[in-house]
Design a protein around this ligand. Structure first.
Ligand code: NAD
Length: 478
């Protein structure tokens, strides 16, 4: 059974939408309806905005140590409730239950990290020109904040915004994805049960474009943080311009994987294939373009195909399943279109390339070799379990090809040559580089892209800074 009742959280109270509108929540593995998702009416959104203003006043006046105590208690509640939260996550999103448990663990880590780091929002003293003057640079919470997040990491995407804001002393009004609402609700319940004051965290759902137009049209939020696709990110930035909100944009990418002949190929295969199909490829930092040097190319394609064939696909609640379904029906057609276009361009499908079964949105782990650079999948983010592989010859050639798209989120390099690794680290036009391993996302390290992948970091001290503003104070004769 689906463990969560989906409600709106406004001013510390859990409730239905005032106009009674709802939408069904679908399990992508079974196509069953799990629950009804309430929609916030314009009046509900207005109340959430006003209460986030009041919540901000209370929270910014709460000393960081007390904020930390509440956030720590919330983290402990999440640990206590991990089984139910992970079950909710798998049922609504599809990823294997074991991966959901790891994600909830990450949510706990992020909460603790920001709770701690909030105590270190240090300013500085600048030596004065005027005798007797004192000059102080102070860091203050930026104001009430809002966020809109995608469905692919229903816990991680939410907590990076919520804990960052709360750690810095901001209130947060968040619209999680209507396709994965229960995880966000379960996390918010932990904060409420830990004693978070009313209005500090508000959670709403609705028609995304209507909600974001209403919330971003208001002067109240002083900051917006978004995780999702590039077109939506650009749209939200435009909506934020009228009231000059600060933005953090964590958008899509198209991550190149570069495998040199001197790499440990077995290790590269195990790492890259495992990472490619994690979350069915629905990860913003998923490896999406594989450039493999000439001598290694043939064996890499064979090894990758073998590993793709060995993946157990199924309902994420079943034992041993390594890859679940895509989030929704619409994504199956997108995968088919990528595969058809790659075939038309001369690509060779070595495994997969089609939907699996006719119930649930399962797509076979797919490998396409010899894909030319002009194929659609080499230029548009696939966001699914399809891996295009292509050979390269020289260092300079692969740098140019890797940097040829407008995106710049993650990139991965496999080599045993330290000098080559350092040159690649410098040359890649991206926000994240993983050399010989893929772990580029941790609570304590900055995470974010460049160019059309967005700007601003989540994680690390940069993630706290995103919710702070700077004030300069100079005084004399006091
Ligand atoms: P989409 O752009 O329609 O939706 C992505 C998310 O943004 C959804 O959760 C949705 O609720 C939200 N959203 C959409 N329109 C919005 C609006 N006007 N205001 C506020 N929120 C809005 O894409 P999709 O079909 O769900 O997913 C596929 C694409 O999204 C992929 O191609 C991928 O690039 C991108 N994506 C990126 C990430 C990421 O982590 N960067 C996550 C999920 C999806």
């Amino acid at each position: 059974m689906y463990p969560e009742k989906i409600e709106l959280l406004i001013n510390g109270k859990w409730r239905e939408g005032s106009e009674g509108k709802t939408e069904p929540l679908i399990n992508p593995a079974t196509e069953e309806v799990l629950a009804d998702v309430p929609h916030a009416s314009p009046a509900d959104l207005e109340e959430a905005l006003q209460t986030s203003k009041e919540g901000f006043k209370v929270w910014r006046a709460t000393p960081p140590l007390q904020r930390q105590a509440i956030m720590e208690k919330a983290a402990r509640l999440m640990e206590d409730r991990v089984d139910d939260i992970a079950r909710t996550l798998t049922l609504e999103m599809g990823k294997p239950y074991g991966e959901s448990k790891i994600e909830v663990g990450f949510v706990v880590d992020v909460t603790r990290w920001y709770a701690e780091e909030g105590k270190r929002a240090y300013g500085r003293i600048v030596p004065a020109r005027i005798p007797g003057a004192r000059q102080m640079v102070m860091k203050e919470p930026v104001g009430p904040a809002c966020a809109f997040v995608a469905w692919n990491f229903p816990g991680t995407n939410v907590i990076r915004k919520v804990a960052g804001a709360l750690g810095a002393g901001c209130s947060m009004l968040i619209k999680p994805s209507e396709e994965t609402p229960g995880t966000a609700v379960a996390i918010a319940r932990c904060f409420q049960d830990a004693g978070l004051p009313p209005g500090v965290l508000n959670v709403v759902f609705g028609v995304p474009d209507e909600v974001s137009r209403h919330v971003l049209g208001s002067w109240i939020p002083r900051k917006v943080s978004f995780t999702g696709s590039i077109p939506v990110g650009k749209h939200l930035q435009k909506l934020s311009a009228e009231t000059l909100k600060r933005c953090t944009m964590e958008l899509g990418g198209h991550s190149p994987v570069i495998v040199f002949d001197d790499a440990d190929v077995e290790k590269a295969l195990n790492t890259a294939a495992g990472f490619k199909f994690r979350n069915a490829g629905q990860v913003c930092i998923s490896p999406t373009r594989f450039y493999v040097q000439d001598k290694t190319y043939k064996s890499f394609v064979e090894g990758f195909t073998e590993r793709a064939n060995a993946i157990k696909v199924g309902n994420g609640m079943d034992d041993g399943v390594q890859m679940g379904p895509l989030i929704a029906d619409r994504r199956l057609g997108v995968m088919d279109a990528f595969v058809a276009d790659a075939r038309d361009c001369g690509g060779r499908v070595t495994t997969g390339g089609e939907r699996m079964g006719n119930q649930g949105y399962f797509y076979a782990p797919t490998v396409i070799a010899d894909v030319p650079d002009e194929a659609k999948i080499m230029n548009d983010e696939p966001f699914g379990p399809v891996a295009p592989i292509t050979p390269f010859n020289t260092f300079d050639e692969v740098v140019e090809r890797a940097n040829s798209l407008p995106f710049g989120l993650a990139s991965y390099v496999f080599t045993s040559d330290g000098g080559k690794a350092a040159k690649m680290e410098d040359a890649l036009d991206v926000g994240l580089v993983g050399v010989n391993h893929p772990f580029v996302a941790m609570p304590e390290t900055p995470f974010g892209g460049v160019n059309e992948s967005g700007y601003g970091s989540e994680g690390g001290i940069e993630g706290l800074d995103a919710f702070l503003r700077t004030k300069f104070v100079t005084e004399v004769g006091v």
